[in-house]
Design a protein around this ligand. Structure first.
Ligand SMILES: Cc1cc2nc3c(=O)[nH]c(=O)nc-3n(C[C@H](O)[C@H](O)[C@H](O)COP(=O)(O)O)c2cc1C
Length: 311
């Protein structure tokens, strides 16, 4: 048992939270992490039905948490949020977008709330708003988030300057050594995503699992290409870290020109500049949406699974 303010708050024995990963962290993974003494979070997909959220959380069982994406929640139609609340998760994260109103509603319902922050300013805002678990997430983290500060620098500045009893580190924590490092720095625990992608309980496809296991630590890229190509709806300040592949190599840094909607405009611009070599590239380069696999069929979430399918 490793006792910290996180384990005290949640009544657990291990200071590890299994990150909510929509489409990958379902009931089975969340239940396994919770059975191991941490808190497994079920990632609720954008556009999920209230019924499917209830079913996933019921299957995960008591002690598990739920992760919602703030930008995908509808302030006028609270059915999904209400379904999550009715399942009484041990912890609910609402991240990326306008999360403050949801935090207030969670507290009104007597639930514990977390949010992921990627800058010192955002961490201060979350602490001031009264979040119970302050997730400090560096740019090396998998999936969506900010890419401005790495985990350790951000964790150090937050711990030094933000007064909060339960700061949890996210991004690049994948082993006991990583957990020991963030605990030694003063974090109350770790919020771990990528390391669980290869576990048998994750809803990862076989191809994605193989790709994750085969990948080197230099094989990821931070980009908005999947979100732009699929018009997923993510706010533009958040990109995603995924495995590199031909698609990301070709389209990263071209996000503003990456959708079909922008192709005509781009062609006109290029014609005007009379760059014949670029004109050829623009003609060839209309991207289709990334292929969708069984477990990555929500719109545009960059993930190793999707990335692998494109290799
Ligand atoms: C495949 C994948 C899907 C993710 N989906 C979500 C999500 O639905 N909601 C969320 O708040 N964070 C999501 N994240 C981000 C994680 O919550 C967490 O911040 C990140 O995994 C931590 O970094 P690590 O992957 O290096 O452990 C996702 C991450 C990955 C790798």
């Amino acid at each position: 048992m490793l006792r910290t303010s996180l384990t005290d708050l949640l009544g657990r024995t291990v200071p590890v939270i299994g990150a909510p990963m929509a489409g990958v962290a379902g009931a089975e993974l969340a239940a396994a992490i919770t059975a191991g003494g941490g808190v497994g979070m079920v990632g609720i997909e954008p556009g999920a039905s209230p019924q499917s959220a209830s079913e996933h959380l019921a299957a995960a069982g008591p002690g598990c948490g739920a992760g919602l994406l703030a930008w995908s929640l509808d302030h006028d139609d609270r059915a999904l949020f209400d379904a999550v609340v009715a399942s009484r998760p041990a912890l609910v994260s609402v991240s990326y977008g306008d999360w403050v109103p949801w935090l207030e509603r969670l507290h009104a319902e007597g639930l514990l709330a977390a949010t992921a922050t990627g800058t010192l300013v955002a961490a201060r805002e979350a602490a001031d708003a009264g979040v119970d678990v302050l997730v400090v997430r560096g740019g090396e983290g998998g999936g969506h988030g900010r890419n401005e500060v790495a985990t350790l620098p951000l964790l150090q500045e937050v711990l030094d300057t933000v007064d909060h009893p339960c700061v949890v580190a996210a991004g690049g924590v994948a082993t006991g050594r990583g957990l020991a490092a963030v605990l030694a720095a003063g974090a109350a625990g770790a919020w771990v995503g990528t390391a669980f992608l290869a576990s048998p309980e994750a809803s990862t496809t076989d191809a994605a699992r193989d790709a994750v296991l085969a990948a080197a630590s230099t094989d990821t890229v931070y980009s908005r290409v999947y979100d732009v190509a699929s018009a997923a709806g993510w706010p533009s300040e958040f990109g995603g870290r995924s495995l590199r592949n031909r698609f990301t190599d070709r389209w990263t840094d071209h996000e503003r020109h990456g959708t079909r909607r922008h192709q005509g405009h781009r062609r006109r611009l290029l014609r005007r500049r009379d760059h014949s070599h670029l004109r050829g590239a623009s003609h060839r380069s209309t991207p289709g949406p990334p292929p969708r696999s069984r477990h990555h069929n929500r719109p545009g979430y960059p993930s190793p699974g999707t990335a692998h399918a494109l290799v």
